[in-house]
Design a protein around this ligand. Structure first.
Ligand code: DUC
Ligand code: ZN
Ligand code: ZN
Length: 486
């Protein structure tokens, strides 16, 4: 009998910490041994000339989710997870979304059933909390944490999702008590609405005005405000989809003051700018998401922040809406920038874009690539060391990358249901040619091998946002906290 079920042989193994020439032996779906010269496996993958890396974790993607305005996104768990796998991602973390009036347990039960039937990669869930009632925060949140859902997203914008500052404080305090992590969509709603109203009054309806209304100062103000609220309570939070210079400056300032503030960015802020939405007619709607892509200086600032650790998480914020009445164009040709569904697809392109432009152009190392696309997510959301590493004992979630393979991105190769890609026509160098989940081949050189429903739910443990250097106040343990939280 062979020593291993599978050996991935002869590749360059890259993890967040190290790079070595080694074979990876898999037994029972787990990494069993990593060293050169392993004995034969029952099956073998020839990885000579290839990079053998942990499969990606996409900890921010919208899948089979209804928006607050009632629009269903274009992907279900099957299409989104297939697209993820073809792009080298082996775990996805979408959102079970509580809309106002919804019962959180009912939302999660429904979402879990949908995922179990369809996903081909592993998955964990975050909550979205838009109705932070005592029931939600005191009863449902602790029950969800026990169930393995230990992170939740809140919003400062979108009419039907946004929380007021006192509600943000309620959520931060309750989450801290349960050791859950709060993710925040930080944009100033009233500033956005005010600009949008004035633009529309002046006849400016085209998609490009979406970026004008979602001004970087609206993002920076809300980011600063949310960080201030976390400092008041001395609790952690993660600012999602950071788009550029202004928000990054606010995050750096908070981190310097000792705030436990963590940050995420996404491909649209590295590889797109606001100019992409400036197209004839409504075409530009395909490039509209919130916050919007900014400019070349902001792209550089995001690269710098990924490099220096200000931003530790690189996710897709995949939010697929079709270019028709079901998504981007609810009023057909008459649709204004205020009425389009917000979001861009990116679950498949996320890792190849960063590999090509980041590793390929020397902006980040291969180890940093693994940290930013997998390992940091696993630690942040409490699924390490099961996910995000190739250490013995971890799930054998492996992506074998051909660093020389050139691929031109196009809608026709994307497995999601958006029907377009904002990266159409870009050529990337480096591609995940084999992708395994728990030792099973899911994608083999362009062929899907996994069955619908083969992905598993991964319960999250306690999030471990890495503490950053800086002065910490002692509000959490001190008299202030006792006064307001006893
Ligand atoms: N903005 C969000 O807040 N979520 C989904 C996509 C988007 O553009
Ligand atoms: Zn958001
Ligand atoms: Zn999002």
């Amino acid at each position: 009998m062979a020593d291993f079920d599978l050996v991935v042989r002869g590749g360059t193994v890259v993890t967040a910490e190290r790079t070595l020439q080694a074979d990876v032996g898999v037994r029972g779906g787990k990494v069993a041994e990593v060293r050169a010269g392993l004995p034969a496996g029952a099956t073998e993958i020839d990885a000579r000339g290839k990079l053998v890396m942990p499969g990606g974790i996409d900890s921010h993607c919208h899948v089979e989710q209804r928006s607050s305005s009632g629009v269903m996104c274009a992907d279900d768990f099957y299409s989104a997870s297939v697209a993820a796998a073809f792009g080298g991602t082996t775990t996805i973390m979408p959102f079970a979304a509580q809309h106002r009036g919804d019962s959180i347990p009912a939302v999660v039960d429904d979402y879990a059933k949908r995922a179990a039937e369809k996903a081909v990669v592993d998955y964990a869930f975050h909550l979205i909390v838009s109705d932070p009632t005592p029931q939600a925060l005191q009863e449902d949140l602790p029950a969800m944490v026990k169930r393995g859902i230990t992170s939740l997203k809140i919003y400062t914008t979108y009419e039907l999702l946004r929380l007021k500052d006192d509600e943000v404080l309620d959520v931060l305090l309750a989450a801290d008590r349960e050791r859950a992590l709060v993710m925040v969509h930080a944009e100033n709603h009233e500033v956005i609405q005010w600009i949008a109203r004035r633009l529309l009054e002046r006849g400016h309806k085209a998609p490009k005005f979406h970026a004008t209304s979602h001004h970087p100062i609206a993002e920076a103000e809300a980011t600063h405000r949310v960080i201030s609220l976390t400092r008041l309570l001395d609790v952690p939070a993660l600012i999602v989809h950071v788009s550029g210079i202004e928000a990054i400056e606010a995050i750096r300032a908070g981190q310097k003051l000792g705030a436990s503030i963590h940050a995420e960015s996404c491909p649209q802020y590295l590889f797109l700018t606001a100019d992409d939405a400036d197209k004839p007619g409504l075409e530009g709607a395909k490039w509209c998401c919130s916050p919007p892509p900014r400019d070349a200086r902001s792209q550089e600032a995001v690269w710098q922040a990924l490099k220096d650790g200000t931003i530790g998480i690189y996710s897709s914020d995949h939010a697929p809406y079709r270019f028709d009445a079901t998504g981007k164009l609810p009023h057909g040709e008459a649709t204004t920038f205020k009425e389009m569904a917000n979001g861009v697809p990116g679950i498949q392109a996320r890792m190849p874009l960063l590999f090509s432009e980041g590793v390929g152009k020397g902006r980040i190392t291969p180890n940093e690539f693994v940290a930013l696309t997998a390992t940091n997510h696993a630690r942040m959301y409490g699924i390490a060391p099961r996910k995000g590493t190739l250490d013995p004992g971890a799930d054998a979630d492996i992506a074998v990358w051909d660093p020389q393979r050139e691929v031109t991105l196009s809608a026709s190769m994307m497995k999601d249901n958006a029907g377009y890609t904002p990266y159409e026509g870009r050529t990337v160098k480096g591609w995940p040619v084999q992708v395994l989940v728990r030792g099973q081949l899911v994608v083999d050189d362009g062929r899907l091998l996994a069955a619908r429903g083969s992905g598993r739910f991964i319960p999250c443990g306690t999030p471990a946002p890495v503490a950053r250097a800086g002065e910490r106040r002692d509000n959490a343990a001190g008299a202030f906290r006792r006064l307001i939280d006893s």
